[in-house]
Design a protein around this ligand. Structure first.
Ligand code: BES
Ligand code: MN
Ligand code: ZN
Length: 493
């Protein structure tokens, strides 16, 4: 599927025009579309939010069909509503076998946050994400094919250069999100640590980033005892993946992504119900890779802000060789950890990745992890948790996320909770009490954060994998966090 900027002359008589309709104002039909107002039935078209209609135009019209898209009241217009309505309309266009569709983006109600380039960026993302489907493993597929092309028709007074940059940004963001969705939707036998590593290597090669992959032996030899303990129960070779956008660059932004390619819980085995969803336990790693894909497509290599991605990847399995509840391991930071519950494995991987990050003199460290079911219980399925000792960083993440459709809500990091992590046998244990489980997990990580770095932890367990589709999220993987991380890395947030 292709998305391009066009002007009105690009529409031929064989095409469909997507037309946003507002309840409280006439259809925005700028020249040369005025005559389309005569289209039979158009006056009955619903402007109710997300309702669509298909109308055949009169002979001689600049396009053959109109696909109306209800936007509700102009007074309530927002970028979020535009995105949701366009995602819905893109699916209708597919179902109605549109090959090429114009998308009229001129004449939308003026709102502060939505310049013409911003509208182009969001429309691009919405059309791509609206049509996303995970088809990799289907050998038969009856679903209709995607439209071949969308032609965006923005306000013609806007700067072409800015519109083109906005289109490129939207496409890069959509590619990043779709890459993350694909990785997360892949079952573990199609997304082993080795396969994630191969994806990372291929991504790095395409964008001129460096990529190193450390296997089991090196993970152990480096002293990553916490990570190694999780990996020891799995026959699949673990991978500690290090991607660097600019190895000669300055102090990096380090992004750490939890990459548990399947989480059975280990010896503290999870119940069978919905265990298959634990293929999504590498959504943090996928979000970091998606972010790097976006940055790479935008040319974010040498000379741009340096970003390092750290992806500790392994399955968490029960086995004769598995780590057992009560075992004590030595982490890379030197702290000993009593593994009371082998299902609290994410924080063990992240502890060693954080200690590794300390060697990179990072300015900022952000980790993204499907860390706790407790976070989902606390926040529900629309918001992810953000934890940071820095009010400024926490707020920046919240605001940046809200701007790109990733909702974050701050939860407390308070030493009161550290009490629960005291161990009788080691420096700390890996679980506290059930209540406030997302917070104790964050407090555990805080013990390993590099000194002097600004740090935030994103618990994306609530939002990474959903059991029902909504306008912009399909059922399954959402790609949550990709756009936020990319916007933060690009210094826009
Ligand atoms: N990967 C899970 C967290 C999770 C749960 C992610 C549901 C997505 C959806 C994590 O490794 C885990 O098992 N956490 C435990 C921690 C507990 C043992 C302290 C949990 O949340 O139950
Ligand atoms: Mn677990
Ligand atoms: Zn897990």
């Amino acid at each position: 599927m292709n998305i391009a900027l066009a002007d009105t002359s690009a529409l031929t008589t064989a095409e469909t025009l997507m037309l946003p309709l507002f309840a409280d104002r006439p259809a925005p039909l700028p020249s040369p579309f005025e005559a389309l107002a005569q289209t039979p039935g158009l006056s009955e078209a619903s402007a109710k939010f997300k309702e669509t209609g298909l109308f055949y135009t009169l002979p001689g019209a600049p396009c053959r069909r109109l696909l109306t898209v209800g936007m509700g009241d102009a007074a309530d217009f927002s970028l979020d509503k535009l995105s949701r309505a366009l995602a819905v309309a893109a699916r209708v266009a597919r179902d109605r076998l549109c090959e090429r569709a114009g998308v009229l983006l001129a004449g939308l109600p003026e709102i502060e946050s939505a310049s013409a380039p911003r509208i182009v960026r969001e429309a691009t993302v919405a059309l791509c994400l609206g049509l996303y489907a995970f088809k990799l493993l289907k050998t038969t597929d009856e679903a209709p094919a995607d439209p071949k092309e969308f032609l965006l028709l923005p306000d013609e007074n806007a700067s072409r250069e800015k519109l083109s940059a906005a289109l490129a940004l939207g496409l890069a963001e959509a590619e990043g999100v779709c890459l993350a969705r694909d990785l997360v939707n892949r079952p573990s036998n199609h997304a082993s640590p080795a396969i994630v590593a191969e994806t990372a290597r291929e991504l790095a090669a395409r964008h001129g980033f460096s990529c190193r992959v450390h296997g089991r032996q090196e993970i152990e030899a480096m002293g990553m005892g916490a990570f190694a303990a999780v990996a020891q129960g799995s026959r699949a070779e673990p991978a500690f993946i290090v991607l660097d956008t600019d190895p000669d660059g300055g102090k990096p932004l380090v992004l750490i992504g939890k990459g548990v390619t399947f989480d059975t819980g280990g010896i503290s085995l999870k119940p069978a119900a919905k265990m298959e969803e634990m293929k999504s336990d590498m959504a943090g790693a996928a979000a970091v890779l998606g972010c790097l894909e976006t940055l790479g497509r935008l040319g974010g290599g040498r000379g741009e802000r340096r970003v390092i991605g750290l992806l500790p990847c392994t399955d968490n399995m029960p086995d004769g060789g598995s780590v057992k509840p009560g075992d004590v391991v030595e982490s890379l930071a030197g702290l000993t950890v009593e593994i009371v519950n082998t299902d609290a494995e994410g924080r063990l991987l992240l502890a060693d990745a954080l200690a590794f990050a300390a060697r990179l003199s990072p300015a900022t460290v952000i980790d993204a992890a499907t860390l706790t079911g407790a976070c989902r219980i606390a926040l529900g399925v629309h918001y992810a948790g953000v934890f940071s000792p820095s009010d400024e960083l926490a707020e920046r993440i919240r605001v940046t996320g809200a701007d790109v459709g990733d909702r974050f809500w701050r939860l407390p990091l308070d030493e009161l909770f550290a009490e629960e992590l005291k161990s009788d046998t080691a420096d700390l244990k890996n679980v506290g009490r059930r209540e406030g489980g997302a917070i104790t997990a964050a407090m555990f990580l805080k013990r390993f954060v590099p000194e002097g770095a600004s740090w935030a932890h994103l618990d994306i367990a609530p939002t990474s994998f959903v059991d029902a589709a909504s306008d912009l999220w399909p059922k399954g993987a959402t790609g949550f966090g990709v756009r936020t991380l990319a916007a933060l890395a690009r210094g826009q947030g």
